[in-house]
Design a protein around this ligand. Sequence first.
Ligand code: AOF
Ligand code: ZN
Length: 376
Amino acid sequence: DQYGQKIRESKAADQRFMQLALSLGRRGLGRTWSNPAVGAVIVKDGVIIGRGWTQPDGRPHAEPEALRRAGEAARGATLYVTLEPCSHFGKSPPCVDAVIASGIARVVSAIEDPNPEVAGQGHAKLRAAGISVDVGLGAQEAARDHAGHFRRVRDKRPHVILKLAVSADEKIAAAGHKPVAITGESARTRVHLLRAQCDAILVGIGTVLADDPLLTCRLPGMEARSPVRVVLDRALRIPGTSKPVQSARQTPLWVMTSDFAEAPAAVKLGAAGAQVIRVAATAQPPWLDLSAVLHALSDKGITRLMVEGGSRVASSFVASGLVDEIWLLRGPDKVGADGIPALDALPLSAITGSPAFKVRASEALGKDTLTIYERA
Ligand code: AOF
Ligand code: ZN
């Protein structure tokens, strides 16, 4: 009937506007830490009158951005937002106060904010002010987009994304690190885009010594979106002449080391613009306590961490159970039996055959395939 038709139409409209809010929110991924990247859309009589997303460095928040654009027209309108509006005085005043003052009549919110300062109080305050509040539309996608924030709030560590590019015979490099192409151009583009959407990128000192990678995002126009570069370097072996150190004044470089590392080396790195962070050492590879590394990064505000290698670091992360998401790129060619295995001590089936992970998505990128795994 006509009434049922109306309900279906308004549900479809809610879904459309929430999808838009989610995609606006994603614009901020990698540049809002320690804040989550939230999106907001304000709609009146089926027309979008304001859009907003969390701004670089985390403020303003998404809601005041959208409200500012909607202006007076917000009165009686619906706000779609990808995270519960905040109710606390942080570095910004509470978004719920701005929403209430604007005269918004209805709020469609994707998911509750687990931050103990908010944790349902945002929704409750809106309801107490007479605003109609629906929670849960787009929750699954929002939970993915805010995975870094949720992980940091709940477990005091970042969301960890392991990226692996392997040949047809499951190697990540040729013997002796001789240069060899594993994956092609569109895979490279996707990886650089992922770098831009992460707060920090981590490699082991072995990778720096072997490849001297710059670890920045080098997509045209997106250079400024490079993540913080993190190097695990127990004995502070990173050369002052390496690309990461040479570029430390343009793109942050954090060198994670142990208490045993010599002070003069740390002072030199500091003088070059890098930050030296000391964490607990371990008696076995990877020689630094990975939980302590992640805890230290979370303390500094990192919510989304990409782990890019090498083989030792990747296998230590997998073995430690600290990996939340894996981007596995497979190229078409073989490297040969003497190549460097993807996961040092572990077979690749520690990921692909593990009940701990399930495939979220898979796609072809030129001659390569990308499979994204998430926790099962
Ligand atoms: C929102 N909208 O766009 C974001 C929110 O220190 P503050 O004031 O920036 O508050 C930080 C907290 O606010 C953060 O930990 C998270 O719980 C929430 N982020 N909230 O209403 C937003 N980014
Ligand atoms: Zn807020």
